[in-house]
Design a protein around this ligand. Structure first.
Ligand code: V4E
Length: 243
């Protein structure tokens, strides 16, 4: 398991110059993200974010948060799952009905096929997940897609990465990110992020919206309003809305 703790920021010229002087640029890459949900936003209204990036599936799952200290209020944390079997299982649970009958039938058939294959297989070939019909079998459709150019830096602090993102729909955002493998390390990640923010001269206490938040506001107001409503009802984790 990995937990991603992060704080977004708007990168001013001043912050960029501090970054360029004090951090190590570890490269630039471009990726295309596709986000998936049901027609009724069953995943995202529960703060689960399923996406495909560079051919791999990723699921961000909400985590409970206890209090609202300053650094917590500016940061978000999500559990990240990248194993496609685990993703399918969690998604089925979140969708609540054990998945669509179509998906169940296919999953059972796949299991039977696997038994037959493993009985007849003499070499242990790694299993590949090239069945890309599972999202539509679970009634999941791509609702948002965009490309990001990301420049990444590492700071002196252990494990702190700073990403400067330029999304193709005209939004630039930075993020200070720390990945931890255990929940008990979240607090120290928050402290590292706070230190890094101070170094970069980030003094504001306003939570900065992430790419998806802006994408939804601009392009999918119905979806965005539904998320805001869920947030008001307390169904989304506090502070997650602007990530
Ligand atoms: C948590 C979340 C999403 C998943 C990805 O968010 P983020 O980390 O900002 O994207 P990115 O590209 O930096 O991923 P990384 O490379 O760091 O893994 S998408 C939306 N949210 C939260 C959210 C919400 N709950 N409600 C609204 C209205 N917007 C956003």
């Amino acid at each position: 398991m990995s937990v991603e703790v992060e704080r977004k920021f708007i990168c001013s010229d001043e912050t960029l110059s501090i970054l360029e002087k004090t951090a190590v640029c570890v490269g630039q890459r471009e990726f295309h993200d596709q986000y998936f949900d049901t027609e009724s936003f069953a995943l995202t209204l529960q703060d689960f974010w399923l996406r495909k990036r560079k051919g791999s599936w990723e699921l961000k799952c909400p985590m409970s948060r206890s209090q609202s200290k300053v650094e917590e209020a500016l940061c978000t944390r999500y559990r990240e799952i990248t194993d496609v079997n685990e993703i399918q299982q969690i998604v089925r649970e979140v969708l609540g009905d054990g998945g669509s009958p179509q998906f169940d039938k296919k999953a059972k058939k796949q299991k039977t096929d696997e038994v037959v294959t493993s009985q007849s297989q003499t070499t242990d070939d790694p299993k590949t997940h090239d069945d890309e019909t599972w999202p539509s079998d679970m009634n999941l459709k791509c609702f948002a897609a965009f490309t990001t150019v990301r420049r990444s830096f590492t700071l002196e602090e252990d494990g702190v990465q700073v990403d400067l993102d330029q999304a193709d729909f005209g939004y630039n955002v930075g993020e200070i990110e720390v990945l931890v493998t255990e929940e008990k390390d979240v607090q120290s990640a928050l402290e590292k992020i706070e230190k890094a923010a101070q170094k970069l001269g980030l003094t504001g206490n306003r939570k900065i919206p992430g790419k998806m938040n802006v994408f939804l506001q601009r392009n999918l107001p119905k979806h965005y309003d539904a998320l805001m409503k869920a947030h008001r009802k307390g169904r989304l984790s506090k502070g997650s809305l602007r990530s």
